[in-house]
Every structure is written in C-alpha cells, then in structure tokens.
Design a protein around this ligand. Structure first.
Ligand SMILES: C[S@@+](CC[C@H](N)C(=O)[O-])C[C@H]1O[C@@H](n2cnc3c(N)ncnc32)[C@H](O)[C@@H]1O
Length: 351
C-alpha cells in the first residue's frame, strides 16, 4: 500500500515566499501562530539554523502532536503550545519569548482537519456538526445552528459568509431543526437556495460562516495581530497568509493603518491624531501562489500573503522600555546592525 496516496497531508502554502517574507536568518527567534502540521515551521527552523528558535502555537491538540513528531529533529530549539493565538502576548510572556524576529499566521484550517470526518468541517463528508479548532471548546456549529434565533442565524451567515441568500437559508435551517450532521446541513442549504447552480457547492459560504462564528476567527485575528506587532523586535517581520476576503480585509486594514504616521480622516487640515507608524509595508503588492503551485495544491488558490516590518516602538502596542532594551541590549549585537544604527540615528535626530 502506498501510504502517501492514502494518508492525507497538509501541503504548506507559499512556502518559499513565506520564508523569504519572514527574512529568516540563523539564530533568529520566530513564532508560528498556526503550527498545523509544522510545514512552515520546519522550513523556518531549517533556514534559521544554527541557533534558530521557534515557538509554535495551535488551538488543535492533534496539530501539536503531528507537528511535534515532524519537528523532532529540532526539539531542542522548539516549544509547541496548544493554545489559542488570541493569547499570544500572555504565551510569550509566560515562556519569556520576546522580542522576536518574525511572526507567521497561516490562517484557517489544515487539510488534515478538513479531511477528518469527525471534525465536521467539510460539506462533502458526513460527520457531526462540530467545526471547533479546539475540541475542548464549548460551543459547536450544531449548538449555533440549533439554538440561535432565525435572525441571529441570518446575521451570522450574511456577515461571516457574505451569503446573498442568508435569510432563506436561516429560515430553512430553523424549520428543519434539529440539524446534527454536516451532510444534513449541506442538503438543507442546497434546498434553501433552490439547488446547485454553478461549480461551487451552495453550502460553501454557510460552512465558512459557521466555522468563523464557532471559533471567533475574526475577533481573535484582529486581537492577535495587534499583540503580534508589540512582540516584534526592530525590523521584525509580520507575515499573514489569509484565504478569504474577511480575513484579508482585517490584515490589510491593520497593516495599512499601522504603516501611516497620520490616521486623521481625509480633509483634516492639520494632524490631530498623534499616530506614529510602527510598521513598514515590505511589499505593497499581495503575494499569491504561482499557477504551478495552484495546480499542485488547489487549496492554495485563494491564498494571499501580506508582509510588514516593524519600524518603531509605539505606546499601546508595545512596552517601549522593553523594546529599547532590546535595541541597545546584548540581543541587538549582530542583528541587522547597520539598519539598526541608521534607524536609531534617525530617531534621535528627529526627536
Ligand atoms: C492552514 S493551517 C496551518 C498549516 C501550517 N502552516 C503547516 O504548514 O502545516 C491553520 C492552523 O491554524 C490553527 N488555528 C486556527 N485558528 C487558530 C487560533 N485562533 N489559535 C491557534 N491556532 C489556530 C488551526 O487549528 C490549523 O491547524
């Protein structure tokens, strides 16, 4: 039996581009907030050798097990934590892992989670209506579908799925409750919208909406990105791979806002916001997979990679005393020193 054919694997998306965007260097300290099967983490550790360190986080305990096995060769330089990245700052504080050279978010779910029937993520496979990244979490997709009001369901499906038929779907779901399996949900949605129309399954957006709601994906992302900025050392990189427009909008807006020195509304005669840019957009263009990657791994087709670099320490997102200690302390030795000195000179001559 060929195990490679039958065992589902997760192919890391935009792998080379991610390592390049993170500007991984030997001896650097990196965080992978969405460890999954450890594909990106392995590449970061390889490029970061010798001396590189990685803190890997995943809400799914199964992902931590799989990545742990995969990264065994690097066990001395990795720490893998089964946690939600919404607690990023607290995790780094607990393990004394800051400031860091780079932080990666590769959002959404892995191919392993999607292909595991019992996780209930797929509308193509029958399983319990679950969708939790962390099976220890309380609320499942079945709880939301069976206990929310029709208006609440319509709101979730419209807001998180950008589904034009949200009201029809919500009404049908409420009429046909209880709905306890993925295929029951998929078929109910299909009937609500009058059957299949194109190549995309009519339940795609409803499944996305429920997964986002179950895991509080958008709120967690927004909070974690802000925490991530504060954990980056000077010229540290923030790299985010997103897979749908709601995620990408949050990443884009935060990176754009934090790379501007003034965020006053357009037309304000003089700046009153007092905002200071703490990021620089490394690439204004979004990085997307090549046609060859999409052919090899169709799941990569919607991926968008954005990258920004930390330029200055700012109150609110960063404990500046700690930040400046990092700049002038031992840790700064040999780390992009010319750029560091240039920035320090600029900062002091401007202030
Ligand atoms: C696309 S996969 C990452 C794949 C990984 N980059 C690799 O190369 O194998 C996304 C992972 O993020 C995890 N995840 C999603 N949201 C999370 C959160 N809020 N906190 C921690 N992990 C999360 C999921 O459980 C999943 O394992």
């Amino acid at each position: 039996m060929n195990l490679n054919m039958s065992t589902p694997t997760h192919i890391p998306v935009l792998l080379e581009e991610t390592v390049k965007a993170l500007a991984v260097q030997p001896g650097g300290r990196y965080i992978d907030c969405t460890l999954g099967s450890g594909g990106h983490a392995a590449a970061i550790l390889e490029q970061g050798s010798p001396g590189g360190q990685l803190l890997g986080i995943d809400a799914d305990p199964e992902a931590i097990n799989i990545a742990g096995t995969r990264l065994e060769a690097y066990s001395g330089s990795t720490r893998l934590i089964n946690e939600n990245f919404v607690n990023l700052q607290a995790i780094c504080l607990k393990y004394d892992f800051q400031p860091v050279y780079g932080i990666l978010f590769d959002l959404g779910l892995s191919s392993l989670q999607l292909s595991e029937d019992s996780r209930g993520f797929s509308f193509q496979r029958d399983g319990p209506l679950d969708m939790r990244f962390n099976p220890g979490q309380e609320i499942t997709a079945a709880d939301i579908v069976n206990q929310s009001s029709e208006a609440e369901l319509a709101h979730i499906i419209r807001t998180y799925g950008e589904e034009a038929y949200s009201r029809q779907i919500a009404r049908r779901l409420v009429n046909e409750r209880p709905i306890t399996t993925t295929l029951e949900l998929a078929r109910t949605v299909e009937r609500a919208v009058g059957g299949r129309k194109g190549s995309i399954h009519p339940a795609t957006k409803t499944f996305q909406a429920l997964r986002i709601a179950v895991n509080h994906e958008l709120e967690n992302l927004e909070s974690a990105l802000k925490q991530a900025i504060s954990l980056l050392g000077f010229s540290g990189r923030l790299v985010v791979i997103s897979y749908h427009s709601l995620e990408d909008r949050i990443v884009k807006q935060l990176m754009q806002r934090e790379s501007r020195d003034c965020i006053c509304p357009p037309g304000t005669p003089t700046c009153v916001c007092g905002h200071t840019a703490c990021l620089r957009l490394v690439s204004k263009k979004i990085i997307t997979p090549s046609p060859a990657e999409v052919e090899l791994n169709p799941r990569s087709r919607s991926a968008k990679l954005r990258v920004a670099e930390r330029v200055i320490f700012q109150d609110g997102y960063c404990d500046s005393a700690e930040g400046w200690h990092f700049l002038v302390g031992d840790e700064a030795n040999g780390w992009r020193r010319p750029a560091l000195l240039r920035r320090l000179r600029m900062t002091f001559s401007l202030s």
